[in-house]
Design a protein around this ligand. Structure first.
Ligand code: COA
Length: 330
């Protein structure tokens, strides 16, 4: 059977770096609180009129170059984001137009922090069934414009950053490729990490009262997210390894969604692996939602931590709750 593999990856973050000390000037918080609770030291925020499609397009260009492909080779686009430029259409068509991809199909996925892995699973299925041969998968977010940067919003505002990552998925011609998947959701927790408005339930989509109450901004029950994430990450990592017929000792690197260093550390502890087996770069980017896994994977690969032939596991957990994992031979 044909396998699909990632043939190119890349990422892009906007140039403006916002440190914890910068946040101290905007709200009642401290670098110490943020570092102790989250490990995050800085993140990138867009400036001016920049949308998640713009960041995604830059990441896509780098991933295509890395794969040795041009826009003419792409035959399908999948764009994962919770922060699309517009309510509709989704960002996929913006990429199609700006990269000049002919009239290829473009699919948008809004599974938040697990959006990149859900998108990758669709790309994998298309390639394995022979429907497409070169699928561009993008995860990109502009979270900063939806954060309340006053003290009222500090619990969320210190966690998130902007950025984009992308991957090119093609048929494998050797032993490399995607080996297994696990995709899960649990909607009873939908309101534990969500953004309520604009909403089709509301005439006019949003009311002044909702705006005044900040219901157009993301909200979170941090403790509930933490508790579930630290259980689901190890669980899904074990699941995908079992499905692929491999064990944790054979894994070169686990690249989890970058939510919080304390979550990453808990994953290390619960898996019982050395810390260097679980890649973490949340310290420098914050949580970039759908972009975090391709950003982390690119940095890990560029640092020599993911080499040809390595067994790699990617895992994500986030709003929904939705979570996902995949094992692959690099
Ligand atoms: N700076 C300073 N103080 C802050 C703060 C900030 N940025 N944010 C919250 N606080 C305060 C709270 O108001 C609270 O004060 P109080 O005790 O006077 O009421 C205190 O710090 C403790 O808040 P609490 O929410 O209990 O902290 P916590 O230890 O649970 O840590 C998180 C909060 C958000 C860091 C933690 O719950 C977490 O990491 N959750 C997972 C979040 C996540 O990763 N979400 C995305 C997943 S995809």
């Amino acid at each position: 059977m044909i396998r699909s593999r990632i043939t190119g990856i890349g990422f892009h973050v906007p140039p403006r770096v916002v440190t914890n000390h910068d946040l101290e000037q905007m709200m009642d918080t401290t670098d110490t609180w943020i570092v102790e609770r989250t490990g995050i030291r800085e993140r990138h925020f867009v400036e001016g009129d920049v949308g998640s499609s713009d960041l995604g397009i830059e990441a896509a260009r780098k991933a295509l170059a890395d794969a040795g492909r041009t826009p003419a080779d792409v035959d399908f686009v999948i764009f994962a984001t919770t922060t699309a430029d517009w309510m509709f259409p989704g960002n996929g068509v913006i990429v199609q137009e700006k990269l000049g991809l002919g009239t290829v199909g473009a699919l948008d996925v809004r599974n938040a922090c697990s959006g990149f892995l859900y998108s990758l699973s669709v790309a994998d299925a298309f390639v394995r069934m022979g429907q497409y041969r070169c699928v561009l998968v993008i995860g990109a977010e502009v979270q900063s414009t939806g954060l309340d940067l006053r003290t009222e919003g500090r619990d969320m505002a210190v966690l998130f950053g902007d950025g984009a990552g992308a991957a090119v998925v093609e048929p494998s011609t050797d032993e490399s490729g995607i080996l297994s998947w696990s995709l899960h959701s649990e909607g009873q927790f939908a309101r534990e990490l969500w953004c309520e408005a604009p909403s089709s339930r509301v005439p006019g989509r949003v009311t002044q009262e909702m705006l005044d109450a900040g219901r157009q901004l993301p909200r979170m029950n941090g403790r509930q997210v933490f508790k579930n994430a630290t259980t689901r990450f190890p669980e899904v990592i074990h699941e995908v390894l079992a499905k692929a017929g491999h064990t944790l000792d054979e894994v070169a690197l686990v690249v989890p969604h970058q939510a919080n260093q304390r979550i990453g550390d808990a994953v290390v502890q619960r898996l019982g692996v050395p810390p260097e087996k679980v890649f973490q770069n949340v310290q420098r980017y914050g949580n970039t939602t759908a972009a975090s896994i391709p950003i982390a994977l690119t940095e890990a690969r560029d640092a020599g931590l993911v080499k040809k032939g390595d067994l790699v596991v990617l895992a994500a957990f986030g709003a929904g709750f939705a979570w996902a994992g995949t094992a692959m031979r690099w």
